[in-house]
Design a protein around this ligand. Structure first.
Ligand code: PHE
Ligand code: FE
Length: 291
């Protein structure tokens, strides 16, 4: 017997992790009207806490565009962001119910559509969530999509992901994504800055990544990155540092197919120890941490 479709009214929504309202490409509607006053207030608190940490820690390209996310007292409307983004770099954001399969994810990136999770963490998950929510996706990822070079890098990543999928090489590209898009650092005349979304949107790791003496900060090297496994449940032991987004774009532009063939069967590299000849960037002089 066919099951009647469930419908949801304003301020009701499917449970987190439910994909029943998603289309075939995994996108869905944001249903902005369903957010509760508590959710808008929680988002505003997250944003206020994190934006205080941006000066001197987030890269200039992030700071230049973070205001384009819209009013800071509520969860933004995705369509308003898309209007601004389309004008700037031809990207748009699309709503998704949560994590989506890799192939669907890369297909969207290849079309310059960035998937943003609709749900927001609960107040009791304020400091840490295990999966990306709307705050991580918007605050962490979207400001850099206003930067023309980074915008092109993300589209190239989508195309590269589709290719890697066919070559059984997603393991390598996942590492590149992790160490650049999520945890990347950039060297500037004023010291190291963060461009990775996972660090930008983390309350503790942004200061740790830049100033702690513990992690190593290695110059970005494509093969090193592709062979370095990462940890998902801990601050990173290694970060990789680029000099510019142009450098990152150029280093990742060549065809990876021969590289995948070469790397297959090569040993994984340590993520907590340097190889001969490697050196770590010194941490930034520690500023008192803003509260
Ligand atoms: N150049 C890569 C390839 O041929 C694609 C890519 C570009 C992947 C940028 C990641 C980032 O597969
Ligand atoms: Fe992310």
């Amino acid at each position: 017997m066919p099951v009647a479709p469930v419908t949801y009214g304003a301020s009701e929504r499917p449970p987190r992790g439910s994909y029943e309202e998603a289309r075939d490409d995994y996108t869905c509607d944001q249903h902005w009207e369903r957010y509760t006053p508590l959710e808008h207030a929680t988002y505003a608190r997250l944003l206020a806490r994190q934006i205080k940490q941006a000066p001197g820690q987030a890269c200039d390209e992030f700071i230049a565009s973070v205001d384009k996310l819209g009013p800071s007292d509520r969860i933004p409307r995705f369509d308003a962001i898309s209007t601004a983004l389309r004008q700037a770099t031809g990207w748009e954001v699309v709503a998704v119910p949560g994590l989506i399969p890799e192939h669907a994810f890369f297909s969207l990136l290849a079309e310059r559509r960035f998937p943003v999770t609709t749900w927001l963490r609960l107040p009791e998950e304020f400091d840490y969530i295990v999966e990306p929510d709307v705050f991580h996706d918007l605050y962490g990822h979207v400001p850099l999509l206003f930067d023309p070079v980074f915008a092109d890098y993300m589209q190239a990543f989508g195309r590269g992901g589709l290719k890697a999928h066919g070559l059984q090489a997603l393991e390598y590209l996942a590492r590149l994504y992790w160490y650049t898009v999520e945890f990347g650092l950039i060297s500037t005349p004023h010291g190291l800055r963060v461009y990775g979304a996972g660090v930008l949107s983390s309350v503790g790791e942004i200061h740790y990544a830049l100033t702690s003496p513990k992690p190593q900060r290695l110059a970005f090297d494509l093969k090193r990155v592709l062979l370095t496994p990462y940890k998902i449940d801990h601050y990173q032991s290694s970060y990789f540092v680029v000099d510019s987004f142009d450098q990152l774009f150029a280093a990742t532009a060549p065809d990876f197919a021969p590289l995948y063939a070469e790397l297959n069967g090569q040993a994984r590299l340590p993520n907590d120890a340097m190889l001969g000849g490697e050196r770590s960037y010194p941490p930034n002089i520690s500023n008192p941490r803003p509260n």
